[in-house]
Design a protein around this ligand. Structure first.
Ligand code: ZN
Length: 161
């Protein structure tokens, strides 16, 4: 079965940056399960998997525009220390969940701590990065009616709810 719209696809993958450092890998876990054509995974990877089948191995280089987007410096902001009043100690590298005006949750990373001012970065940690995926397709199957309705895959490597 070939990968195409609304097929359930299971892949093992290793993600590295341009220096060869491993950023993420499914090694030692269940393969990642996603519903093709539904935006479950980044566009560059989804596009490269189109037409592939179980057993296929591929290397995919994804530019930021088809990955997690370019960095947006407007998402770097200074906020007063009081905004973190329920946190004992704030250090660079810490991550918090915040909500934007649309009510969407996003992860912000503390990048700098001055006396009364804390600099946070709401860019995705992989924004602006070139992504290199080493992928093996392990299974391609039809979705269940429920998976189609939810727009994602259920079971190992997918959603559990
Ligand atoms: Zn579901």
């Amino acid at each position: 079965m070939l990968i195409g719209s609304e097929k359930v696809v299971l892949i093992h993958y290793t993600l590295t940056d341009d220096s060869g450092q491993v950023l993420d890998s499914s090694s030692g876990r269940d393969p990642l399960a996603y519903l093709h054509g539904k935006g479950n995974i980044i566009p560059g990877l989804e596009k490269a998997l189109e037409g592939k089948q179980a057993g296929d191995k591929l290397n995919v280089a994804v530019q930021p525009v088809e990955g997690y987007g370019e960095r947006d410096e407007r998402l770097v902001q200074d906020v007063p220390r009081e905004a973190f009043e329920n946190v004992d100690e704030v250090n660079p590298g810490m991550q918090f969940q915040a909500q934007n005006e649309q009510g969407q949750a996003r992860i912000v990373t503390v990048t700098k701590v001055a006396d009364d001012l804390i600099t946070i970065d709401a860019n995705h940690p992989l924004a602006g990065a070139n992504l290199n995926f080493d992928v093996e397709v392990t299974e391609v199957r039809e979705p269940t009616a429920e998976e189609l309705e939810h727009g994602h895959v259920h079971g190992p490597g997918g959603h559990n709810h």
